[in-house]
Design a protein around this ligand. Structure first.
Ligand code: FCB
Length: 462
């Protein structure tokens, strides 16, 4: 087995604007769907919002210094659309861009490669009011925004990601409604998925047009590592359905220029897909420089039966699966999210895309775990479970590298504890602990462990 990571491997950590920045009303920023959602009673745990979050907007220098002390080679962050282009239309906000410009300059001054994500779920409220992702127009607005961002920062940022996890935007945002904007409409969710695909294609073109030579374009997906509980044809069919809705709905058009036929059949009772216009697949299939993969835990499914009923009727992020597919907890240890720790899922995904998209480099754009970390009496935060999680998943990356996967980098989710969407501040994913009363940052044991791994390019043996 390969024991060393390649010398030019990109070692990083990831965050997202709404989860860390705070400064929700400053310097011309307007509300996003997440501001509206988190301020709606009952939507997030304890009514938590991103109004202050980790206050990264004001603590940017300290946070970049921390990254430099840990020796990070790269930092994946997202731009807040309503900060860069308030209301989602018209010219860019100079003050909004100034923040990202300063962040990028700080990173580069410390030798840290910036990796910018254009969309990590914070759609400007006005665009949701005009129809949101189920409306085609939103994809065009995204392309304009991509152009503005690339024009402003493209001379300093080489690596760009269009979307983060469009599955969550479409199916949690418009299907189950557990994420902003909280709509529950199967047809709208499928439309949203298509318009996110279209936004990716149009946005990728806008980036290419505005970036100087050498700019690189990625997309980040959260493909499901989905397994059938048994090898029966019924369970295998449940796996196929979920794979189509979770993964191939994006990789089909993005990598092959077509929606999978089985997806169209499975969802025929919900929509005839006439919102896909001639020419859209060609736009979506834009050559990528790398594919970003986010992975946390596997998904186990079976056919729904009397013994394994599908979750009750009602809003679901899996249109067309009610009454057909049952979801099961994978065996093994679980994190504070109740997600099973299973590094084989990451290995399997890396090998799958190595086979399905030969020649396309892969980047693990997110991987990590939440635990209930608490400072001990002397203020130190020991998180041995996170160290074990990271170790096991990096081992899976090494195994994939050894088996021929072209993995170029790994980004730990997350740099800091932060606003974990509907869970609010109750789930801590950071390698750096944040005390939400004082906003003090304390690197956990895992941060020191990770710093050593990236310095040596090796996993410790003990
Ligand atoms: C991913 C999101 C990220 C974070 C992690 C735990 O789905 O991209 O913002 O919430 O999960």
């Amino acid at each position: 087995m390969t024991v060393n990571f390649p010398p030019d491997f990109l070692w990083g950590a990831a965050t997202a604007a709404y989860q860390i920045e705070g400064a929700a009303h400053e310097d011309g920023r307007t509300p996003s769907i997440w501001d509206v959602f988190s301020h709606t009673p009952g939507r997030t745990r304890g009514g938590d919002t991103g109004d202050i979050a980790t206050d990264h907007y004001h603590r940017r220098r300290e946070d970049v210094r921390l990254m430099a002390e840990l020796g990070l080679g790269a930092y994946r962050f997202s731009l807040s659309w309503p900060r860069v282009q308030p209301t989602g239309r018209g010219p860019a906000s100079r003050r909004g861009l100034d923040f990202y410009r300063a962040l990028v300059e700080d990173l580069l001054a410390h030798g840290i490669t910036p990796v910018a994500t254009l969309y990590h779920w914070d759609l400007p409220r006005e665009l949701e009011d005009a129809g949101g992702w189920p409306a085609r127009e939103t994809a065009h607005r995204f392309a304009d925004y991509a152009h503005l961002a690339a024009e402003a920062l493209g001379d300093r940022v080489e690596l760009w990601t269009t979307l983060n996890e469009p599955w969550c935007s479409a199916f949690l945002g418009y299907g189950s409604g557990v994420h902003a904007p909280g709509r529950t409409d199967d047809e709208a969710a499928l439309r949203a998925a298509h318009h996110l695909n279209l936004a990716h294609g149009l946005g990728a073109r806008a980036l290419r047009a505005a970036l100087p030579g050498g700019g690189k374009v990625l997309v980040t997906l959260n493909p499901a590592a989905v397994r059938a509980r048994t090898e029966t044809p019924e369970d295998r069919d449940a796996q196929r359905r979920v794979d189509a809705l979770a993964t191939r709905i994006f990789t089909g058009p993005m990598l092959r220029g077509a929606y999978p036929a089985d997806l169209l059949t499975d969802t025929a009772a919900i929509t005839d897909w006439s919102f896909v216009r001639t020419g859209d697949p060609d736009i979506i299939k834009h050559p990528l420089d790398a594919l970003g993969i986010n992975y946390y835990a596997p998904t186990v499914v079976s056919a729904a039966t009397d013994n394994a009923p599908s979750p009750a009727d009602g809003p679901s992020p899996w249109p067309g699966c009610t009454g057909r597919v049952a979801f099961h907890q994978a065996p093994g240890k679980r994190t504070a999210m109740d997600w099973t720790v299973d590094p084989t899922g990451l290995y399997d995904l890396l090998m799958r895309f190595t086979r399905e998209a030969p020649g396309l480099p892969l980047v693990v754009t997110e991987n990590g775990a939440a635990y209930d970390d608490k400072p001990d009496a002397d203020g130190a935060v020991h998180d041995p479970e996170r160290v074990a999680y990271l170790h096991a998943h990096l081992e899976a990356v090494l195994r994939a590298l050894g088996d021929g996967a072209d993995v170029r980098g790994y980004f730990l989710w997350s740099l800091l504890d932060n606003f974990e969407w509907a869970h609010g501040y109750s789930k801590r994913f950071g390698m750096v602990h944040v005390d939400y009363t004082t906003l003090t940052r304390t690197p956990k044991t895992s941060a020191h462990w990770y710093a050593k791994v990236l310095r040596t390019g090796q996993l410790p043996t003990a």
